[in-house]
Design a protein around this ligand. Sequence first.
Ligand code: ADP
Length: 660
Amino acid sequence: MNFFPESVEAPERVRGLPKRRTARSDTRADQIARMQYLTWLWLAGGVAMGSATLVCFRLGARLGTAGFVYLTIIVLLSLMDSFVTSAVFSATAVGCLAFFFSPPVFSFRVAEIRDVVALIAFLAAALAITTLVRRVRWLGEAAREQARLLDLSHDTVIVRDMNAVITYWNHGAEELYGWKKAEALGRTSHQLLQTRFPASLDDAMDTLLRTGRWEGELVHTKRDGSQVVVASRWSLQRSANGRPISALETNNDITLRKCAEDALRRSQAAYLAEAQKLSLTGSFGWDPVSGEIFWSEQSFRIFEYDPDITPTIELALQRVHPDDVALVRQVIDRAVHGAPDFDFEHRLLMPDSSVKHLHVVAHVVTDEPGKRQFVGAIMDVTATKLSAQKLHEAQTELARVTRVTTLGELSASIAHEVSQPLAAIVTNGDACLRWLGHPNPELAEVQTCITRMIGEGRRASEIVRHIRTLAKKDAPHKTRLDLNDVINDVVCLTQREVLSHKVSLCLRLASGLPPLQGDRVQLQQVIINLMMNGIQSMDCIDGRLRNLLIESRMGEEANVVVAIQDSGSGIDPENADRLFDAFFTTKPNGLGMGLSICQSIVEAHGGRMCASSKPGHGATFQLSLPAIIERSDNAPRQSDFWEFARVHRNKRTAVSQAAL
Ligand code: ADP
């Protein structure tokens, strides 16, 4: 059977056959066997030719009859050996015909011209038939060789006609499926193997007829009933006139590979599930058009739903904290209307009233053109949120303690500040008594004194109130305030400190600064810290003026700037990078928390802090804080929703920071 089409490749393989034989006959035993075969053949040929000549001559056969007999013998001989043997016997036959059967007899001379033509025709016919026979033999041998090679293959090779009837079944097919060739030939392949197609047989045949090829994975049932997965390749064979005649099917057993892949997939899925459990991160897939949702096991765990129920958006929304439902709906809406990704935080309110904080990220993956599917992760960040909150509570407490410590350092100034109005009250009280002791009490003077006393009393109580707020454990509270007022409050408290350190304080406060949203006490703490640091840095200065300049002005990008400049020792360049690190100090009794707390406070207000210095010539600490920009339409500053979502997230992150 030759199922290769008549292509260039086939004759080459056929021609290769005798060559391999020649190569094999190189061995001595083969050469001897060949010689013996040739001797036997030539002897038999000679006997046959001789007998035929004798019989034909005795019977008085004519040239044509004898030629026919010789031709039969030559064809038989050519079936048994090579072209050379046939050619030699053809030439011998021509000689015999000329000698015995064409006048004059017993002479190789041929008298009649038509006998010469007949002899030439005989020789040509003999050689042509011999060549044809040889080609048929080659083709047969090539087909047998192909079949033998295909039998050596471990893959199964099946040939079936266009009715799916098996016409070839190699050794690999016998081994894999269990049916012998004789049992399989003539059976309908898909019925015999109970083939399961990825789509359908019709689909596969359509592709085969259209493209000449088909490839895919099939499930076959073996003779013993077990199933095998094969990687199958079909190739369509056509006749010379292009008509489909058969399909060559090679099947490669991939059952083990499939099992290994499945096992790997299963183990990867198990690892992934475990990792999701450990990291408290669930995954999800969501088709915004169909609304179809996939949740991983961990996602079910986060939402505390039974894994058997089908997740839906509504189901998820049922768990969302009432305050965050609007935000979540907006995100969903954006995603449905074409947003390519989302990244936001929201809270869940669980049935036991506990609150979970989730961070959700997702982006679109496009499997097929026009089909959008979101793939994302749901991270349960509750623990992180709580610990961040605890950390910020601790920082708030630390900031308060530092404030109280600073108040302790300022006690002399505070005492002075309080004693001044008290002294004034006493003085005015004395004056009052004196005016009242006059025979004609000067009531107008008394009134003036009492007014002054009330003013001084108010001043003293204001100072006490300041001190109390600085020392109080109140939660931070941001209000609309004027930064110049904050500076003036602080200057008032530190006046005595400035005087006792022989510092010349200069205020250069810009008028008409826009207000800002801030916590008065915290901002006072920042300015006190910076002033005290500046004053202390000038302690060692001799021979030049101790100047402390506090400046306020409008900065870039709608920020209000405060700069506190001293003429002290300046900052050693080596320390410049560590100034704002917690516990960094160069003072013998320093704590190293002042600047670190100042920076946290400023950043919690959305601002920035920096320091510059000319060593030996003082330092400047500058903070810039965002001002409130009045807008006529009262619209929020963030025009874009995503900016809103981001800010919303940052707001949550900053919740406890803001507590500072
Ligand atoms: P502490 O005052 O307890 O040392 P701070 O955080 O307030 O902690 O300051 C940290 C360090 O920064 C100081 O020890 C000092 O070396 C340096 N520093 C702060 N302010 C100034 C300043 N105005 N001039 C020079 N050095 C300063």
